[in-house]
Ligand binder design. Structure first.
Ligand SMILES: C[S@@+](CC[C@H](N)C(=O)[O-])C[C@H]1O[C@@H](n2cnc3c(N)ncnc32)[C@H](O)[C@@H]1O
Length: 322
């Protein structure tokens, strides 16, 4: 069992209603790579200072308790923590049916590609797959040899865990440690769940620009949507379903960091220029209630209209952007 030191921190109302000026997630700060791709040691004091500089005393308190040797974070501890956190995140993916939601969009998307001169086989690549829940779910659901599912993540510990879980589940899929945009065997469709909000400002622009060089024909990205209710909903869910301090912290910060549809639309339109993009409407139809999730779909130019036709009544959920 994974045991985590007790965190220091703030009162719940402060965590929810007074977000720090610089919104950060702890899991983004614990794993670093050298330019040659090898793992770089991480100094605990530097991470704590980064949290303090971003005004996040809650995060600083959690990191300050993590085990270290001569001031360097213990890499084995970090690996076990990252896997444990992502196993907890799977509860969220199960609750919000990330696998089924992705499948509902992949069916019309792959049908569109087939109709528009791109016959199978197809390679569906999950960018930042974590422990691979969505890839494992999709591989279990779709067993046709025409579609290959590949999970890609920069973090080797997560990829190892994904491989072990896939072997245990007996599903046919692959996991790779790599940059998902620079694969030797490129994706036909790039997908992701809960990843877009990790890229902010110029990094979000670079994320969409990377789609241009990836060789993919389409992308489907699913993430939580920004709304006033999101942090409280996230707190409730994480308080009842999650146990690790890091998961609880990052869960609430994810909701606070979630991008609005305007930010995603602008960045995707300006940077993934070869693609026609569409984004799901921000509120539930005929109500002012915000949707929990946002879906951004991109297809190479000329495929947008055929995709809307394949989507049928589900097309009403989307606003075409370009
Ligand atoms: C929040 S985590 C994974 C979430 C995962 N999709 C899930 O639902 O559990 C985001 C992951 O994206 C990975 N990542 C970021 N940029 C990437 C890239 N260019 N290629 C592959 N993985 C990437 C990071 O290593 C990190 O593990």
């Amino acid at each position: 069992m994974f045991v985590e030191p007790r965190p220091g921190g703030q009162a719940v109302w402060q965590r929810l209603w007074v977000p720090p000026p610089g919104l950060i997630e702890i899991t983004d700060l614990l794993f670093e790579r050298n330019p040659d791709g090898t793992r770089a040691p991480v100094r605990r004091a530097s991470v704590v200072q980064h949290c303090v500089e971003h005004g996040d005393r809650w995060a600083a308190g959690i990191v300050a308790e993590m085990p270290s040797t001569d001031g360097w974070l213990d890499p084995e501890y970090v690996d076990r923590l990252m896997v444990a956190v992502h196993c907890e995140i799977q509860r969220l993916s199960e609750e919000f049916r990330h696998g089924a939601r992705m499948a509902e969009l992949l069916v019309p998307l792959l049908a569109t590609l087939g109709r528009c001169g791109q016959p199978p086989p197809y390679r569906v690549v999950d960018v930042g797959c974590g422990t691979g829940y969505v890839v494992r779910w999709l591989s279990d659901w779709c067993t046709t040899p025409d579609v290959e599912f590949v999970g890609v993540d920069l973090n080797p510990a997560l990829v190892d865990a994904a491989r072990n879980l896939a072997a245990r589940d007996g599903v046919r899929c692959r996991f790779e440690v790599a940059d998902a945009f620079s694969l030797t065997e490129p994706a036909t469709v790039l997908i992701s769940t809960g990843v877009m909000h990790h890229f902010r400002g110029p990094d979000l622009d670079r994320f969409f620009a990377a789609h241009e060089r990836s060789g993919a024909a389409a992308f489907v990205h699913l993430d939580f949507q920004a709304s006033r209710l999101a942090p409280i909903g996230s707190w409730l869910f994480h308080h009842t379903r999650m146990r690790l301090a890091v998961t609880r912290h990052d869960g609430i910060r994810s909701a606070q960091r979630a991008h609005g549809t305007d930010v995603l639309s602008e960045s995707a339109t300006n940077n993934a220029k070869r693609f026609e993009t569409m984004i799901s409407r921000p509120s539930v139809r005929f109500t002012p209630l915000p949707c929990v999730l946002t879906v951004l779909i991109g297809t190479l130019s000329g495929l947008g209209q055929p995709l809307l036709e394949e989507l049928g009544t589900a097309a009403r959920r989307f606003n075409p952007l370009r």
